[in-house]
Each structure stands twice: as structure tokens, then as C-alpha cells.
Design a protein around this ligand. Structure first.
Ligand code: AMP
Length: 285
């Protein structure tokens, strides 16, 4: 089957109805494009689980703050489409912003708690933008399953919460982080790192691994775990740490003192203009 490239809501709804009438399961992979192996692993999991797979490519303006990188976010639609063709994806939806936010648009989906911490503390309307665009896409596509990466762990949990809170008939699947050989979590933003910053970037994962090793050898004190990671992060002068936090895997509530439930260690840092995030789950093997 040839890849269908859709840009209008009408085209998208027609295809959705066609699949719905044929009672085919639909896997949906929302992205902002500039695709890499991390995105492709989500697509492959969708292909395995569902009869039809649709990928959206949309750099969503409402999830970027005024001083963030919306204008410079990497865009490579043509080569993205070629990659998706080679994976035998059924459809790509890449609308213009006016299609998603037409004149008169005024309704947003917001989350009151989990979206206020971590990335949400630094990017105040970010998750409102993410939830709003995903709610729109879920309504338009009506997917059986949605594949989301654990790379954006907070996003995964906030979206799961929305699906639960609004009784949406879709299953959210959290997919493991795909990394470069040196451990750096793949990200579209990695393309914008200078050579020097690219060399420093894997420090984030090395610090997380250090924390995980310390955890696995029995350390449960949050303060001691932070110490272990912070030393490595602070040794790299180019790295501007934004947060290093250990939180509950599901609720994202802060864990103080001792870790006594499944946890995640989250990190965010700036390397020049480029903001990188990463995380690692802390649980016994
Ligand atoms: P983005 O295009 O950055 O909005 O990402 C689209 C989807 O791909 C999100 O669900 C991300 O969590 C996921 N993703 C991005 N990078 C990775 C990665 N390195 N490994 C796994 N999933 C990823």
C-alpha cells in the first residue's frame, strides 16, 4: 500500500471513517518531525500491534513559550516521509497550523498538578499545548493505541492522566528510550548541538546511570543519590543544569528522604541554546 499523505481535516476524517468501517485497529504516533530512530521505534511498535498506522508531523505552536525554539525547531518533512514510506506506514498527517487552530479557536485542555513540576515549572503552558493538540488529534483519528516515548516521561504520564480523566477509548503505550551509541537519548534537538556540546551531552545519561547503579547497589537516600549524579553534571562547565529530581513513576509526586516505591530520576539541562532532557527508572531488576 502506498503511503497516504494527508494535510486537511477532511482527508484525515475520510481515512479514519474508511478504517473504522473496515473495523481495523489503528495505531497512532504523534510527532513533531525531524524523525530519528527513537520515533521509528514507536512506529515499529505500532506496526506490530495494529492493522493501520498513522503518524502525525506537526510542530505544535501552542506548546512552545514565547522565548523558546518554535522558529528554529528542525523541520525535514520530505526526508521524514521517505523514512515512513520505508517502514510501510499507512498515512502521515502533516497539517498547517491554521487547520488545527482556525480563527475563533479558544478551548484548551489543561492539567492542574502533574504539569506544574519538572518541565512544566520551566515551561508554564507547555503541557496545556501538548494536551490540547493531542486531544484534537485523538478526536480526529480515534486511534485504538497511541505510542509515546519514555524519553518524554512527564508527557507520557500527563497524557495517560488525560485519557483516564476524559474516558478516552484509546490505549497509551509507553515505549523505551532509544539512545545513540554513547548513551545520549535521541532527540530532534540533538541536531542543533555544536560539536563541543555534542561531546558533553552524554554526561546527562552517565549521571543518570551513576544514580541508577548507586540505587541498585542499595542506596535509597534521595540526597545521596543526587550527590552522586550532581558531581558529574557540575564537572561539565558548559552544562547548565535545570533540574535533577527523583519522583514517583505514576503520580510524579516528589519523593523526599527514602525511595520506597517505583521512582524515576529526571534531568534537564541547557547546552548553549539547546535544552536536553533525559530520565531513568529506579526499580529493582
Ligand atoms: P517529538 O517529535 O519530540 O514530539 O517526539 C514524538 C514522540 O517520539 C514522543 O512520544 C517522544 O517521547 C518520542 N521520542 C522522541 N525521542 C525518543 C527516543 N529517543 N526514544 C524513544 N521515544 C522517543
Amino acid at each position: 500500500m502506498a503511503l497516504e499523505t494527508l494535510v486537511t481535516l477532511e482527508e484525515l476524517k475520510d481515512l479514519r471513517d474508511h478504517w473504522h468501517n473496515a473495523a481495523e485497529s489503528v495505531g497512532f504516533v504523534p510527532t513533531m518531525g525531524a524523525l530519528h530512530e527513537g520515533h521509528l521505534s514507536l512506529v515499529k511498535q505500532a506496526k506490530e500491534a495494529c492493522q493501520r498506522v498513522i503518524v502525525s508531523i506537526f510542530v505544535n505552536p501552542t506548546q512552545f513559550g514565547a522565548n523558546e525554539d518554535f522558529a528554529t525547531y528542525p523541520r525535514s518533512l520530505r526526508s521524514d516521509i521517505e523514512m515512513l514510506k520505508s517502514l510501510d506506514v499507512d498515512a502521515v498527517f502533516s497539517p498547517q497550523a491554521i487547520e488545527i487552530y482556525p480563527a475563533g479557536f479558544q478551548t484548551f485542555v489543561s492539567n492542574s498538578e502533574m504539569s506544574k513540576v519538572l518541565c512544566g515549572a520551566q515551561r508554564p503552558n507547555h503541557f496545556q499545548g501538548v494536551l490540547t493538540v493531542l486531544m484534537k488529534l485523538f478526536q480526529l483519528i480515534n486511534p485504538s493505541m497511541v505510542m509515546l516515548g519514555k524519553k518524554d516521561y512527564q508527557q507520557l504520564r500527563v497524557v495517560e492522566r488525560m485519557v483516564e480523566d476524559f474516558y478516552l477509548p484509546t490505549q497509551i503505550v509507553g515505549c523505551e528510550i532509544v539512545r545513540e551509541q554513547d548513551g545520549l537519548a535521541m532527540s530532534s534537538r540533538n541536531r542543533r548541538l555544536t560539536e563541543e556540546h555534542r561531546r558533553v551531552a552524554p554526561t546527562l545519561y552517565r549521571a543518570l546511570q551513576h544514580i541508577q547503579q548507586s540505587f541498585q547497589s542499595g542506596q535509597r537516600q534521595v540526597a545521596a543519590l543526587y550527590e552522586a549524579g550532581k558531581r558529574q553534571l557540575e564537572a561539565e562547565k558548559a552544562l547548565q543544569l535545570q533540574y535533577l529530581e527523583i519522583r514517583d513513576q505514576k503520580s510524579l509526586e516528589a519523593i523526599d528522604g527514602f525511595i520506597n516505591r517505583p521512582a524515576v530520576c529526571f534531568v534537564a539541562a541547557l547546552l548553549g541554546q539547546v535544552r536536553l532532557i533525559d530520565n531513568i527508572e529506579l526499580e529493582h531488576p
